[in-house]
Design a protein around this ligand. Structure first.
Ligand SMILES: Cc1cc2nc3c(=O)[nH]c(=O)nc-3n(C[C@H](O)[C@H](O)[C@H](O)COP(=O)(O)OP(=O)(O)OC[C@H]3O[C@@H](n4cnc5c(N)ncnc54)[C@H](O)[C@@H]3O)c2cc1C
Length: 298
């Protein structure tokens, strides 16, 4: 391994000062789970890693704000989020999703900021947070800015972050009992990387779907909103199986799906046709307190 400097700043401000907007070999590190894999693979050869593990504890806290929104510090461990009673009660979609994200060893060290900053299109949290309308606070030398999670990823491992900016917080609007589900389709173990991920959040108008937020992951170079499927679902009954099939078809037709080691493009297309409807039915079942038959590994 090529020697590198490991910096351990005590504050976010100091961490930002140790980053360099011009130097791609100086990188922040949250849990380091992705950084270490990239270093082992030889795709990252840092000259300096800026560890965020000693910065102020306020950046690893979870709280509910005045309007009922969830504030997750950017350095919060995924396991802390998974087990948070606040999250389990108000944002069950997040806790349920985290249970099948990798394994407990990774969740114990990985941070939500590192998760979103990594921008691997196969990741589970970006589609889920996008479907809930979440945004990130980005902190850098020029202050703070807010960006919807939907606009964070710009391509494979690419984000809108400048090299001297950090994700310091994730803000999630109230789930407010809305039916929601994330279908993670894996070809091996339940906690494996998804061949496809479909996140659905529904706003119900009585028994009808008032509006739907449908985001797919692991299909293209970034999480993508299925606008045509959303249009079909508006005003529909979740029991209308023909309509759900049409929505799946529309979603598959909208995307130029990319194949990868987890599945070919045609396989993923077929998965999307089937799993979009399953996600809607699972969301309704979960909100009714019934067993969510399909959620998670399939
Ligand atoms: C064996 C294994 C299996 C996995 N399976 C899955 C899976 O099934 N589903 C899934 O979704 N993920 C999976 N992952 C990926 C895992 O979720 C990520 O590795 C993890 O979330 C990254 O978080 P981290 O804090 O360790 O990031 P790090 O490795 O520290 O950093 C990742 C990237 O983000 C940058 N970064 C770190 N912190 C910040 C910050 N605060 N602001 C801005 N940029 C930052 C780093 O510079 C780096 O580019 C798996 C990983 C492993 C090792």
């Amino acid at each position: 391994m090529i020697p590198f400097e490991l910096a351990r700043p005590r504050s976010l401000e100091e961490a930002i000062a140790l980053l360099d907007p011009e130097d791609p070999d100086i990188r922040p590190m949250g849990g380091g789970t992705a950084v270490m894999l990239m270093m082992k693979a030889g795709v990252l050869r840092p000259t300096r890693l800026v560890s965020l593990c000693d910065v102020e504890p306020q950046y690893a806290q979870i709280r509910v704000g005045a309007s009922g929104e969830l504030h997750i510090g950017g350095l919060t461990r995924l396991a802390t989020l998974e087990h948070s009673p606040l999250v389990k009660k108000g944002w069950p979609l997040l806790s349920r999703t985290l249970r099948t994200l990798s394994n407990v060893r990774v969740r114990n060290v990985a941070t939500i900021g590192g998760n979103l900053g990594h921008a691997d299109p196969h990741m589970d949290m970006p589609p889920v947070l996008t479907s809930l309308g979440a945004s990130v606070t980005i902190t850098g030398p020029r202050g703070e800015r807010t960006v919807p999670v939907e606009e964070l990823c710009t391509g494979y491992y690419e984000t809108v972050l400048d090299r001297d900016e950090l994700i310091s917080e994730v803000i999630v609007p109230p789930q407010a009992g809305r039916p929601a589900a994330y279908m993670k389709v894996t070809t091996r173990a339940a906690h494996d990387w998804p061949a496809l991920g479909v996140a659905v959040v529904l706003d119900m108008k009585g028994p009808q779907i008032g509006s739907a937020s449908v985001i797919v992951g692991a299909a293209t170079d970034r999480p993508t909103r299925l606008t045509q499927a959303e249009a079909l679902l508006r005003g529909a009954s979740p029991d209308d199986t023909a309509l759900l099939r049409d929505a799946g078809e529309a979603g598959a037709a909208q995307l130029d799906i990319v194949g990868d080691p987890h599945g070919s493009a045609s396989y993923k297309k077929q998965l999307l046709k089937v799993y979009l409807g399953r996600a809607v039915r699972t969301a309704i079942a979960a909100a009714d307190g019934r067993a969510a038959p399909f959620e998670g590994h399939a």
